[in-house]
Design a protein around this ligand. Structure first.
Ligand SMILES: Nc1ncnc2c1ncn2[C@@H]1O[C@H](COP(=O)(O)OP(=O)(O)OP(=O)(O)O)[C@@H](O)[C@H]1O
Ligand SMILES: [Mg+2]
Length: 242
């Protein structure tokens, strides 16, 4: 369960990047988080995951308030950040073990899960190499493997599909579906509206930190005379192009 209650965040003195945003992702749901560049998606995700402290409002993950009970909250979600360029001096496997140690994942479960995930993402042969020598997509895949090795009830992924090749994107979409089908909650931000449309129970669209739409793609299309999602997105986010 992932819950945002009236979340707001201000950068500097007065730039309100997130403005009174509330949503709820139940167990078993996949929710796609969309909005133009700079809309506030990453800022929201950073508040949900305890990287940023909300100016007001609260985030609750699986019943744990991220500010009041950060350890319990953090043990109950996996987080893939938007940049995969971290700790590049480590090998892929060293990084995975570093994360798995933090989450106290037992040796046996860890080995099995890493083997399975590495095979699914075609990374088995690269795990012993330093991440400095990885391509962008390989770094992205490694971050996903490291986050998902720890298999908690909520996944929070910031543009996880960026840079993934079609087979890796396909595997990740399947993993998200499997995770939700097993009764867990998945929130992922994306600019690829087709992915959100195909994969998600609900979508959440924001702009200028404010809620523009929450609900199913079907309901949204019904409200907009059956137009396609891209057209509706451009319309409601105020795009003034052709
Ligand atoms: N560290 C920061 N200091 C000041 N302003 C920031 C900072 N980080 C983000 N912002 C501003 O906050 C707003 C929201 O940024 P955010 O990164 O949350 O958007 P986003 O929806 O994730 O965008 P994108 O789709 O490009 O990833 C933007 O106007 C951005 O310029
Ligand atoms: Mg972002």
């Amino acid at each position: 369960m992932i819950k945002a209650d009236n979340l707001s965040f201000t950068y500097g003195k007065d730039f309100k990047a997130v403005d009174d945003l509330s949503f709820h992702i139940a167990k078993g749901e996949i929710v796609g988080f969309a909005g133009p560049n700079g809309a506030g998606k990453t800022t929201v995700i950073k508040m949900l995951t305890g990287v940023l402290k909300p100016a007001s409002g609260k985030a609750v993950i699986n019943g744990h308030d991220i500010v009041k009970d950060p350890l319990a909250a953090k043990m109950s979600f996996a987080y893939v950040a938007d940049s995969p360029d971290v700790m590049l001096q480590l090998t892929g496997l060293e990084y995975i073990n570093f994360i798995a140690d933090i989450y106290k994942i037992p040796e046996d479960a860890r080995k099995k899960r890493v083997k399975d995930l590495a095979e699914r993402f075609g990374m088995t042969d690269s795990l012993m190499q330093q991440m400095r020598g990885y391509s962008h997509g390989m770094r992205q895949k490694l971050m996903v493997i490291a986050a998902l090795t720890h298999n908690p009830p909520a996944w929070i992924l910031d543009e996880p599909m960026t840079g993934l090749d079609p087979s890796a994107a396909y595997e990740l979409k399947n993993l998200m579906k499997e995770h939700a089908a097993a009764g867990n909650s998945v929130l992922f931000s994306t600019h690829v509206l087709e992915v959100a449309e195909k994969l998600c129970d609900h979508i959440l669209i924001i702009n200028h930190g404010k809620d523009l739409y929450q609900g199913t793609v079907d309901e949204l299309q019904k409200k907009h005379d059956g137009k396609d999602l891209e057209e509706i997105f451009l319309e409601i986010t105020g795009y003034k192009g052709v």
